[in-house]
Design a protein around this ligand. Structure first.
Ligand SMILES: NC(=O)c1ccc[n+]([C@@H]2O[C@H](COP(=O)([O-])OP(=O)(O)OC[C@H]3O[C@@H](n4cnc5c(N)ncnc54)[C@H](OP(=O)(O)O)[C@@H]3O)[C@@H](O)[C@H]2O)c1
Length: 244
């Protein structure tokens, strides 16, 4: 299996969950080489590999997916997890910064995932079927007032997954999403450690945000053969903080 953005955070937990179950994992990283090497070293089992690409670069993504498939002798699962969350509040952002935020966010979160999926499909078909799981977000449904491109990228990811679920089902491939609320990672650190952190934790009646492992366990199930008929679904992992 290949998981993008596995050098830290949720991707790291996803890599660990699959390796724990006995899978061989391609740990993708973008700029955090040393951290990816540490993730690789801590994975249980044998035969895991590192692969690198800027998810905003279509050619690099293509080579990265093929490299992962070659190193693992095939590919049965792709997890599109790499993502960026850059603030660009509409009333406080310059037009130039607004352009930059939209370009980068869509390039990584949406087009990067679409490109990785496109390149993974021949390998999944060759494997006789499999799964694509996208790490989406509660923000697709609840809105992201300070990060509107992020919310749009994740809503786009959900719609992409639904279209691909229809296209790939005849080949025995499911396409699904896990949609976390806030998760205890670097991406959310500024929000969770800031003055609004307690209010964010209080959004869930559990009184906390998710642990990366809780997202990983949903992804593990969504990628399993037992979940194949749940193709097209978006599973919320938000501690009942937003019910739709
Ligand atoms: N944390 C949350 O509260 C939360 C909530 C809902 C959804 N999510 C989603 O969960 C996923 C993982 O988030 P996280 O919290 O684990 O974030 P994180 O700790 O910030 O990690 C982000 C990962 O994405 C990779 N990445 C970012 N830009 C990249 C690029 N241009 N090319 C290649 N890799 C890139 C990073 O790799 P390098 O460091 O190696 O570049 C890193 O491994 C994201 O899709 C995010 O939107 C997170």
């Amino acid at each position: 299996m290949l998981v993008t953005g596995a050098s830290r955070g949720i991707g790291r937990a996803i890599a660990g969950a699959f390796a724990e179950r006995g899978d061989r994992v391609a740990v993708h990283w973008g700029s955090s080489r040393e951290r990816a090497e540490r993730v690789l070293a801590e994975l249980p089992g044998e035969g895991h590999v590192l692969v690198q690409a800027d998810m905003a670069d279509a050619a690099e993504v293509a080579g990265m997916v093929d490299e992962a498939a070659a190193a693992l002798d095939g590919l049965d699962v792709l997890v599109n997890n790499a993502g960026v969350f850059t603030a660009h509040p509409p009333l406080e952002t310059s037009y130039d910064d607004w352009q930059a935020a939209w370009s980068q966010t869509l390039a990584v979160n949406l087009v990067g995932a679409a490109n990785a999926t496109f390149r993974a499909v021949p390998h999944l078909v060759a494997a006789g079927g499999g799964a694509v799981v996208n790490v989406s977000s509660r923000g697709a449904f609840r809105g992201e007032p300070n990060n509107p491109a992020y919310g749009a990228s994740k809503a786009g990811l959900n719609a992409f997954a639904q279209s691909m679920a229809l296209a790939l089902a005849p080949h025995g491939i499911s396409v699904t999403c896990a949609a976390p609320g806030f998760v205890q990672t670097e991406m959310a650190r500024e929000v969770l450690d800031g003055p609004g952190g307690d209010a964010v934790r209080a959004q869930s009646p559990f009184g906390r945000v998710a642990r990366p492992e809780e997202v990983a366990s949903a992804v593990l199930w969504l990628a399993s053969p037992e979940a194949r008929f749940s193709s097209g679904t978006v599973v919320d992992v938000n501690g009942a903080s937003y019910l739709r």
